[in-house]
Design a protein around this ligand. Structure first.
Ligand code: PRF
Length: 378
């Protein structure tokens, strides 16, 4: 089936929306946070825990990583990424249009595409809008992304403008190529184009208009959360959301902290992904409704209170802070696993709660309270 998006409610005091996306792999209630499963695993959690305890409607995979390992042909033989990793809910794959810039050395960006050196074995590869569409067809995600260039921050105006126009030309090539490329596994794939334009308002307006014009079933905002101050990111999201169609989901790529997520929901964003809850968990940083905790800190040495008395996931009440601190001190795997389940459980709770408050009409009031609370270091 063709991806469907229904708006279920709007917050009266902000631009926040609650929606429902339906695809061949089920329903995605928005706003949503998509846990990152870069190499066919959300690091540190079993698919069973992910489903039963964290319960996201969708997770994310990365074309760049999956293409390098296990490689596209292995995923093809497996019958696609869902089967390979035993995940029967939705998957979105990023196009590599960001990982190629952030991970690989010696990349050369040309009109044709990007030549890059693998961060694994130093071998050379080329990504073009066309082959990235082929690779994403073979990986078989439910939502696939356009091939774009994510500009760094800061970025001079001339470069940002040139890059944005190239991203637009690449978008046309992606669309052209997809039309000629059949689906592989019997279910549909929704294609999302990506707005660029760095932190320049006029470029963001131009890019959002171009992307809106493509008439895709959903749209994404890239090039943000790359080091700019949060206020600049919010200003860009705000202008872009005012142009992207209201009846299509909006995905802000690679964002962010719990506070960033709530502020961007208030500006009209529906979908998010970020490595922060999983990566920071592995370094001992826990997100809670009352602020962040560095569990490695000595102050938790003899604190036998639950990890988080809100008890969103089982780890929160079954283990103490002192025990989790101990696991980090002795560098045990279980510490990273517990922290990951906690953080992902919290992120998913946060977007579900946001949805409830949007539907109840008091999102803005709740958001302002949460933003203050979550700004603490405990
Ligand atoms: N483009 C793509 N993926 C991304 C980004 C982007 O600009 C970002 C920027 N925050 C994260 N992931 N394709």
């Amino acid at each position: 089936m063709y991806m469907k998006f229904e708006l279920k409610g709007k917050d009266p005091l902000s631009k926040a929306r609650a929606g429902k996306i339906t695809t061949d792999h089920g329903v995605i209630e928005t706003p949503i946070f998509m846990p990152v499963g870069t190499v066919a695993t959300v690091k540190g959690v079993h698919q069973r825990e992910l489903k039963e305890d964290i319960n996201p409607d969708i997770i994310l995979g990365n074309t760049y990583h999956l293409y390098l390992r296990p490689q596209t042909q292995v995923l093809e033989k497996a019958g696609g990424l869902h089967k390979f990793m035993n995940w029967d809910r939705n998957i979105l794959t990023d196009s590599g249009g960001y990982q190629v810039y952030s991970l690989s050395a010696n990349r050369k960006i040309k009109e044709e595409g990007v030549k890059f050196k693998s961060h694994i074995d130093g071998s050379y590869h080329v990504f073009t809008p066309e082959n990235v569409m082929d690779i994403q067809r073979t990986i078989g995600a439910d939502i696939i992304m356009a091939f774009d260039e994510c500009t760094p921050y800061p970025c001079d105006y001339k470069y940002a403008k040139r890059s944005m126009h190239m991203t637009h030309r690449w978008l046309d090539r992606c669309i052209n190529h997809l039309q000629k490329t059949p689906l592989k596994y019997g279910y549909d794939q929704a294609f999302f184009p990506i707005v660029q334009g760095s932190t320049f308002k006029d470029l963001r307006i131009q890019s959002a208009e171009y992307i809106a014009n493509a008439g895709a079933v959903g749209n994404a905002i890239g090039g943000l959360s790359v080091g700019e101050p949060a206020e600049e990111m919010y200003a860009m999201t705000d202008v872009v959301c005012s142009i992207l169609p209201e009846d299509k989901p909006r995905y802000l790529m690679g964002v962010g902290t719990p506070i960033n997520i709530l502020e961007n929901i208030a500006l009209g964003v529906d979908m998010f992904d970020c490595v922060m809850p999983t990566r920071n968990a592995r370094n001992g940083m826990l997100f809670t409704a009352y602020g962040t905790i560095n569990i490695k800190n000595k102050k938790w040495e003899s604190d036998f209170s639950p990890i988080d008395d809100m008890g969103i996931t089982f780890v929160d009440t079954e283990y103490t802070k002192a025990y989790l601190r101990h696991l980090f001190t002795v560098n045990e795997l279980l510490g990273k696993q517990i922290a990951t389940i906690h953080n992902l459980g919290f992120y998913l709770w946060l977007v579900r709660e946001a949805r409830k408050h949007i539907l109840a009409g008091d999102f803005k009031i709740w958001k302002d309270k949460m933003v203050k609370q979550m700004d603490n270091r405990l």
